[in-house]
Design a binder for this molecule. Structure first.
Ligand code: SF4
Length: 235
């Protein structure tokens, strides 16, 4: 179940999950085999998502995404609690940090909120990293704030980009979200607070694997108890 979902991601020095971005259909019958997860994506995502290029270069990604999404949909809070810790404890590489979704959206719908919560509570010694666009759905935002923000080992981040409006910046700050910003290397200050953004060392200085030990950025709330706005540099 978890074998299909996770892979070691050298770039960030941790295991990570993935999900399909768009619906995947049978080439001949056109039947939808699995649904995509990025339903909260922004207009900027549509213009710049590098995963769309990767799908063209590596067609096997689609086959893996079908397996992943089927495995993800089979997850319930109960079977997560029964199995996930045993699965990861057999791994040889570090499990102090694990990232949700290097591609796709972890929090597509309400059931996902409880899947994520179950993973975090089943492995309380792991710091789970979750960037999401689900904050842009008002119902999902309220539920995430209620169910996931209090989870102390979850590094929850609102993913933002140049399409994020001033009002959205203000709401995210007001409601205590850690924020990851990507898409404009010239923007140095949080548009709502004026705070100087934390400069991501991995994308600024090319420090591959640094996410495994990074303290002040995406993991700030977990490591220091303080929210930050983080700027990721374009590659
Ligand atoms: S701020 Fe830290 S954790 Fe976030 S992407 Fe950059 S290096 Fe990784």
């Amino acid at each position: 179940m978890f074998n299909d979902l996770t892979r070691w991601c050298k770039d960030i020095g941790q295991y990570a999950t993935d999900r399909p971005i768009n619906d995947i259909s049978d080439e001949i019958t056109k039947e939808v085999l699995v649904e995509g997860s990025c339903i909260h994506r922004s207009s900027y995502c549509d213009k710049t998502c590098f995963n769309i290029k990767l799908y063209k270069l590596y067609p096997n990604m689609l086959k893996r995404d079908i397996r992943i999404e089927k495995a993800w949909q089979a997850l319930t809070p109960e079977n997560i609690h029964e199995n996930i810790a045993n699965f990861f404890q057999r791994k040889r590489k570090q499990i102090k940090r694990i990232r949700f979704n290097t591609r796709g959206e972890s929090l597509k719908d309400i059931a996902d909120i409880y899947r994520v919560k179950a993973m975090c509570t089943a492995m309380p010694d792991t710091e789970w990293w979750l960037p999401t666009r689900a904050w842009s759905d008002p119902i999902m935002k309220v539920l995430i704030e209620q169910e996931l923000m209090p989870v102390s080992n979850l590094a929850l981040n609102a993913s933002t980009d140049p399409s994020t409006t001033q009002e959205e910046w203000e709401i995210l700050n007001r409601d205590g979200w850690n924020i990851m910003f990507y898409g404009d290397d010239e923007l140095n200050h949080d548009p709502a607070t004026g705070e100087y953004m934390f400069q991501c060392p991995k994308t600024k200085k090319g420090m591959k694997g640094h996410c495994e030990i990074c303290k002040g950025g995406c993991f700030s709330q977990v490591t220091t108890g303080k929210r930050r706005t983080v700027k990721l540099y374009q590659h």
